[in-house]
Ligand binder design. Structure first.
Ligand SMILES: NC(=O)c1ccc[n+]([C@@H]2O[C@H](COP(=O)([O-])OP(=O)(O)OC[C@H]3O[C@@H](n4cnc5c(N)ncnc54)[C@H](OP(=O)(O)O)[C@@H]3O)[C@@H](O)[C@H]2O)c1
Length: 350
């Protein structure tokens, strides 16, 4: 039997770091070998350092591991990073420079022209951008990123529409779960019985990342998608799962049946390659009039399937519908894990 690839997790004690630990417990290719967080956690066992927020138990082997300093010395060559953007901006380049493959969740480097921003079902070919990175040429290291947790659900729903009919205009209003703000996140007194109509920098991220993800790789740069996007983001008192009300104008006329069929038949590279974390169906359309709902639909496809429903005509644009995706799985740890599986399948993990 082939041995597994050792993985390091930067930001292992946070909400996304915990999802990494959970999702890697029985992974067929990867194994947690190193954990790092802030100096608050350094030197403690993982069980002591973490405020574990998931319903499954901390894997026993990981619970006993000691949290290392967040430095590349002694770290494995494949790093899953779940750090706040300001810290990621400083640490991720340091790990890439030291020869590590950094698979990042943070927004710090997502829009850098030489850093691939990837959803394997949508733009797997953009991974090639790593070959243009200075780190890659010098030490073999590189950085690959996955999108913001709201952009990913939106783009998975839009990609089949762009493929079949072309997009002209997109408007999205989000209702985002509290786990999206990390731990401890939003104070309970601010969010209980309330809606907060502002999430710092979220609307900008959704708008620019959507265009990069649905853009075209042209040599060493990505030409952004040729459509307009407007996003409005709200925080709501839901634990997990971001819901989005979306309206679109398409370039080609399409019937409701044709649009639903584009979603239902959407399949791509990860499904063909049978990557371990790829859902059978990346996008699922549900017919029930009152779905999708976070409570019932966020965990479809082990949290990796984006659920779409309520397709109907829009009097302002052309069509409107509802999108739901799990923010800490498809929107964070699962997205990075699928990127790492794609990198391995493409021979980029050594
Ligand atoms: N939550 C989501 O749904 C979601 C979705 C997509 C993307 N993201 C992105 O993923 C990243 C992590 O988010 P999160 O929700 O997991 O945040 P979080 O719960 O606040 O966790 C932050 C992690 O970073 C560590 N850390 C803090 N300062 C550090 C330092 N100076 N050096 C090294 N490690 C440090 C923390 O360690 P200590 O425990 O030791 O303080 C903790 O492990 C963010 O960039 C976020 O925007 C989050």
């Amino acid at each position: 039997m082939q041995s597994k690839i050792p993985i390091g997790i930067l930001g292992a004690t946070g909400i996304v770091g915990q999802r990494f630990v959970q999702m890697l417990e029985h992974h067929p290719w990867f194994e947690v070998a190193w954990l790092a967080a802030s100096d608050r956690s350094e030197g403690r066992t993982y069980a002591e350092a973490v405020r574990w927020r998931l319903r499954t138990a901390i894997p026993e082997r990981v619970a006993k591991m000691t949290v290392s300093p967040a430095k590349p010395e002694g770290a494995p060559k494949v790093i899953f990073a779940a750090l706040d953007a300001a810290i990621a901006a400083e640490l991720e380049p340091r790990f890439a420079e030291a020869g590590c493959a950094v698979v990042s969740n943070s927004s710090a480097l997502r829009m850098a022209p030489d850093v691939p921003l990837v959803i394997p079902e949508v733009n797997a070919g953009h991974i090639k951008l790593i070959e243009t990175q200075a780190w890659r040429k010098k030490s073999g290291g590189f950085v690959v990123t996955n999108p913001n947790c709201s952009a990913i659900g939106l783009v998975l729903a839009l990609a089949p529409l762009e493929q079949h009919f072309g997009l002209e205009t997109v408007m999205a209003v989000t209702m985002q779960a509290v786990s999206g703000a990390g731990y401890p996140g939003v104070a309970s007194l601010d969010i209980l019985g309330n809606v907060i109509p502002y999430i710092a920098k979220e609307e900008e991220k959704m708008e620019e990342e959507t265009l990069k993800l649905l853009g075209r790789l042209n040599g060493s740069r990505v030409l952004p998608g040729n459509f307009t996007v407007s996003a409005q983001c709200n925080r709501v008192a839901v634990e997990d799962g971001h819901t989005e009300s979306v309206s679109v104008r398409l370039r080609k006329k399409a019937s409701a049946e044709e649009i639903q069929s584009a979603w239902r038949t959407f399949t791509a590279e990860p499904q063909k390659l049978r990557l371990p974390s790829a859902p059978d169906q990346p996008v699922m359309y549900v017919d029930a009039a009152d779905r999708p709902q976070p409570r019932f639909d966020a965990e479809r496809g082990a949290g990796m399937t984006t659920t779409v429903g309520r397709l109907r005509p829009c009097k302002v644009l052309e069509w409107k519908f509802t999108v739901l995706s799990h923010n800490t799985i498809r929107g964070a740890a699962g997205a990075a894990l699928l990127n790492a599986e794609l990198l391995k399948a493409q021979g980029c993990l050594g």
